[in-house]
Design a protein around this ligand. Structure first.
Ligand code: PEP
Ligand code: MG
Length: 689
């Protein structure tokens, strides 16, 4: 037997993806291979077993192999771990001390899944009379009866045992049937919801897990019938994984239970899963498993409301993919609602109004009609400019995060790009992208926009998103730490290199540069100076430069910035977070962190006023810009440009074409005089009706 010790450097430790790569390599060897982490031991050929190790970044693990090819196996595994197991890792020599900040990877992963991928998602407001409040997860309005999707947890009992051979055969048959189902579901979802499809592929791998299967066969050998044997093995592993007290692994435990139920259904001969709605209905559930959501995707569901979950939950992801309204995190009380009771699910406002009166129902129907008309009209008129009925043009541009988005933006009717988040180039790799590589990518994006202007935001990273090639201190409050422009000014070469790459891309088409997280005029001046120096060195032509207004101090000082900048773009996601002192990712506060709060709107208005006094323009690039309730108010305040996710471009343009600027200005005046976000939402919603 041979062994070696090594530190895991992967940013999220041995989580699903690197663990899967490790297992696939181990499986190529005949030796028995084990992995030890602290007190725990795992079978290197079992994904589930490897996950239960709970090896985070910085963990010291020991890998042992015993068999004919033990040397080759260990050499291959050691090389693969050093190589990052398919992920980019820091090139540092392993050291004994665990990496600082074990929780950081979880936060980073949560942030990355929450990256805005969906159109027009707005924070939930306070509810109106009698309405239940949740987090708005997918826009639109569903009106119809409540249908409670009650999870039917199947349980096997220990009675009956037909012999080892017969029970093994039953198990094989059930596994084969489940495997076939999973392949079908993955294929069915591949187009509309690729993220969900990938979940079912992982489920398929669980069915082949040798450690799990060994445990099931062991139980059968102990005279348990196949169903009871399977159930016991799954329960054990789900409990082990859940006990690791790790958010990401808790999701894996849910996956295990989901697969467990699927196979159990075949073993017990239960023909159906949970009772599904036969008529159009608003589906209410505690949370929706991937299997539930897949089963519901073919039915005439009017919308989803879940008691638990966040905007990144499966229910929310699939609702957006299917363009169904959804609210999440509405609380346990929604589970007490009776089946068949009429309700209005407002995925834009984040409310569920139960048993509405005739007047409220009529109003909701007209808003729903308006919403639908707008969606339809939007698709056919996407290329037309967004001009109000009284002739005022509002520029509608796209938020993008890479070349694919750029191509989609060009097709969407966007008049340009209002925010290119350049973080995608820097995350998940071992070394910083070179100037050449960056220039190449930016050039591709600018070319894809075919002459439309592209605003490139310089790197907005730090604190919550560690980069292995930058020595970042652990931050107690990452959102209040060395983030965005602060980090770039502290490491000017990083910024200089990016600026040179952007300036080189400006040869291909119109490019503007924007700096994130500016809190102080001095920061802006330093950043501008860096651009000017690099431009002079390259002999490149001038580019327009602006700043993001996403820190209250910048909004309050807009009159000092306005004479110096070319434009402002308001990042309402962060501006709301910093104005209301509510973490934008917070599981419970997020529902109250509403960009339509009058405090945020007043900062927007102040910025617009200062900019216009100096002949400068103002855009909005936070999620608020795509919120149908917010659009008329923002236009009324005088915002010149709305930068929204690609799928929201056409609907936002269509909505603006239906507005009168004069009416919008009146509405904005009223909104600015409101006392609470709920008042603004009620006002805005009434104006939409
Ligand atoms: C914002 O803060 O509103 C914004 C657009 O920037 P990001 O979401 O990338 O922080
Ligand atoms: Mg921001």
């Amino acid at each position: 037997m041979r062994e070696f010790e090594i530190i895991i450097e992967n940013p999220t430790g041995l989580h699903a993806r690197p663990a899967k790569t490790f297992v696939n390599i181990a499986k190529q060897f005949s030796s028995t291979i084990a992995v030890y982490h602290g007190e725990r031991k795992a079978n290197a050929k079992s994904l589930i077993s490897m996950l239960t190790l709970g090896a985070e970044q910085g963990a010291l693990i020991r890998v042992s192999a015993d068999g004919d090819d033990e040397d080759d196996a260990l050499a291959a595994l050691e090389a693969a771990i050093r190589d990052g197991l398919g992920e980019e890792i820091a090139a540092t020599e392993p050291q004994g001390a665990p990496a600082a900040g074990e929780t950081a990877p979880v936060a980073a992963a949560a942030a990355s899944v929450a990256a805005p991928a969906a159109p027009a998602v707005s924070p939930a407001p306070a509810a109106g009379d009698g309405a239940i409040k949740g987090i708005a997860a997918a826009p639109g309005i569903g009106i119809g009866p409540i249908f409670q999707l009650r999870a039917q947890t199947l349980t096997a009992d220990d009675s009956g045992f037909a012999g080892v051979a017969a029970e093994t055969e039953r198990l094989e048959r059930a596994l084969a049937a489940a495997r076939q189902e999973l392949e079908q579901v993955a294929a069915q979802l591949a187009e509309q919801a690729p993220e969900e499809a990938a979940i079912f592929e992982v489920h398929g791998e669980i069915l082949d897990d040798p450690d799990l299967l060994e445990a099931v066969h062991g139980n059968i050998a102990l005279r348990q019938n196949a169903a009871a044997a399977w159930q016991a093995a799954i329960r054990d592993r789900a409990a082990q994984v859940a006990a690791l007290d790790d958010e990401l692994l808790a999701e894996r435990a849910a996956d295990l239970r989901d697969v467990g139920q699927r196979v159990l259904r075949h073993l017990l001969g239960a023909t159906d899963g949970p009772l599904l709605p036969q008529e159009p209905a608003i589906v209410v559930a505690h949370d929706l498993s991937p299997s539930d959501t897949a089963a519901l995707s073919g039915l005439s569901v009017l919308g989803f409301c879940t008691a638990a979950g966040g905007p990144t939950a499966h229910a929310a992801i699939i609702a957006r993919a299917l363009r169904l309204p959804a609210i999440v995190s509405a609380g346990e009380r929604v589970l007490d609602l009776e089946d068949g009771v009429m309700a209005i699910l407002d995925g834009t406002a984040g409310t569920l109004t139960v048993a509405p009166g005739e007047g409220v129902l009529a109003m909701a129907r007209s808003r729903q009609k308006h919403w639908q008309q707008m969606q339809e009209a939007a698709a056919t008129t996407a290329a037309q400019p967004a001009r109000t009925t009284d002739g005022h043009h509002v520029e509608v541009v796209a938020n993008i995060g890479g070349l694919k988005d750029a191509e989609a933006a060009a097709e969407s009717g966007a008049e340009g790009v209002g925010l290119l988040r350049t973080e995608f180039l820097f995350l998940g790799r071992q070394t910083a992208p070179s100037e050449e590589e960056q220039a190449e990518v930016y050039r591709g994006i600018v070319a894809a926009l075919g002459g439309r202007p592209v605003i490139v935001r310089t790197l907005d990273i730090g604190g919550d998103k560690p980069l292995p090639y930058i020595d970042l201190p652990h931050e107690a409050n990452p959102f209040l730490g060395e983030r965005g422009i602060r980090l770039c000014l502290a490491r000017p070469e990083l910024l200089r290199q990016q600026v040179r790459a952007i300036l080189r891309a400006a040869e291909v088409g119109p490019v503007r540069i924007m700096f994130p997280m500016i809190a102080d005029v001095a920061e802006w001046r330093q950043a501008r100076q860096i651009v000017e120096e690099e431009r002079a060195a390259l002999g490149a032509p001038a580019v327009e430069m602006g700043i993001m207004i996403e820190i209250p101090s910048a909004a309050l000082m807009a009159d000092c910035f306005a004479p110096e900048v070319d434009f402002f773009s308001i990042g309402t996601n962060d501006l709301t977070q910093y104005t209301l002192a509510m973490d934008r990712m917070h599981p419970t506060l997020a529902a109250y962190s509403d960009g339509l709060h009058p405090a945020v709107l007043r900062l927007v208005a102040r910025t617009v006023e200062a900019a216009h006094q100096h002949g400068k323009w103002v855009g909005i690039c936070g999620e608020l810009g795509a919120d149908p309730v917010a659009v008329p108010i923002l236009v009324g305040i005088g915002v010149d440009e709305l930068s929204v996710s690609v799928p929201a471009v056409a609907p936002v343009k269509a909505q603006i074409r239906g507005l009168s600027r004069q009416a919008a200005q009146k509405l904005a005046g009223q909104a600015l005089a409101c006392a609470t976000a709920a008042e603004v939402r009620a006002l805005g919603a009434a104006a939409l009706a």
